[in-house]
Design a protein around this ligand. Structure first.
Ligand SMILES: C[S@@+](CC[C@H](N)C(=O)[O-])C[C@H]1O[C@@H](n2cnc3c(N)ncnc32)[C@H](O)[C@@H]1O
Length: 265
């Protein structure tokens, strides 16, 4: 028994460093000294009761799945889960955990960049887009792509700036009225040129007003903040395309789906 536990610990060490602290049978944890505490268990506890307990018949896309904490929890509820991540080291951790957990219904894992989802034909009942947005150099592009994958609900979580003030913008402003952009509650993203929390992949941090505005702007019909930094987003019937107010040309070109009109070959 002790030898088995030692082997498990050695495998965990070999696959590290870990960002998800996953509790394995026998009481072994993958990242017990995590700088955020028991992560992401404490974040999961804030949403677990807000999601259906029975997810049989639901398809789920977990974007930036990391070592698969959420993917496993949702698979336990009966969902058919696809976890995607751009980092193969994390996917190796997810596959390892999958072997350790005796689940009848296992998630699938795939190495994908969030932007590659644009050309994937599938849509999903539930999309988890948690802890990824602020790591993206092209965040709005990704948000438009991810929103279009959502059939019933997207759960969005992002690092945000302090403050919950919201200035609901008017439909239009005259050209000279730039002062409005400096008002508290205007939707804003802070750009990080160097590092934040020693991490050079933290690029853009929205305030609450910006998170709400960007999520609405992708075409979600209803956006609700359900907990600190966590937003539940509901598309209209038929998906976000029905409520889009923006020209698709740029998104299609940026995701390699479309040639600019009038371009000479
Ligand atoms: C902060 S972790 C969040 C993990 C998990 N979603 C959570 O909330 O606990 C960010 C994850 O997103 C992945 N990621 C970052 N950029 C990505 C991209 N462009 N496409 C896909 N995954 C990405 C990272 O590899 C990492 O696993």
């Amino acid at each position: 028994m002790q030898r088995q536990a030692a082997r498990l610990q050695a495998s965990i060490a070999r696959l590290g460093p870990w960002f998800h602290n996953i509790h394995l049978p026998g009481g072994i944890e993958t990242a017990p000294g995590h700088f955020l505490g028991d992560f992401p268990s404490y974040k999961w506890r804030r949403i677990e009761n807000l999601l259906p307990a029975d997810l049989r018949g639901w398809s789920v896309l977990d974007i930036g799945c990391n070592a698969g904490f959420y993917s496993f929890e949702l698979a336990k509820r009966g969902a058919k889960v696809l976890g995607v991540d751009s980092d193969r080291r994390y996917l190796a951790q997810a596959e390892f955990i999958s072997k350790q957990l005796e689940l009848e219904n296992k998630p699938s894992f795939s190495c994908l960049q969030v932007h590659e989802l644009a050309t994937l034909p599938d849509t999903f009942d539930l999309v988890l887009f948690m802890g990824v947005f602020y790591h993206l150099r092209y965040p709005m592009l990704a948000l438009d792509t991810v929103a279009a994958k959502t059939r019933r609900l997207m759960v969005f979580q992002s690092l945000t700036m302090r403050g919950a003030k919201v200035l609901r913008p008017k439909k239009d402003y005259p050209f000279g009225r730039r002062a409005v952009f400096s008002k508290g509650g205007w939707p804003k993203l802070a750009f990080i040129e160097h590092k934040f929390a020693s991490d050079a992949t933290n690029w853009w941090v929205p305030n609450h007003a910006a998170a709400m505005a960007m999520l609405r702007s992708t075409g979600f019909e209803r956006v609700e903040r359900r907990s600190h930094e966590i937003y539940f987003c509901y598309p209209p019937k038929g998906g976000v395309a029905a409520l889009r107010t923006w020209d698709e040309g740029e998104w299609l070109a940026a995701t390699g789906q479309h040639k600019t009109k009038g371009r000479k070959e």
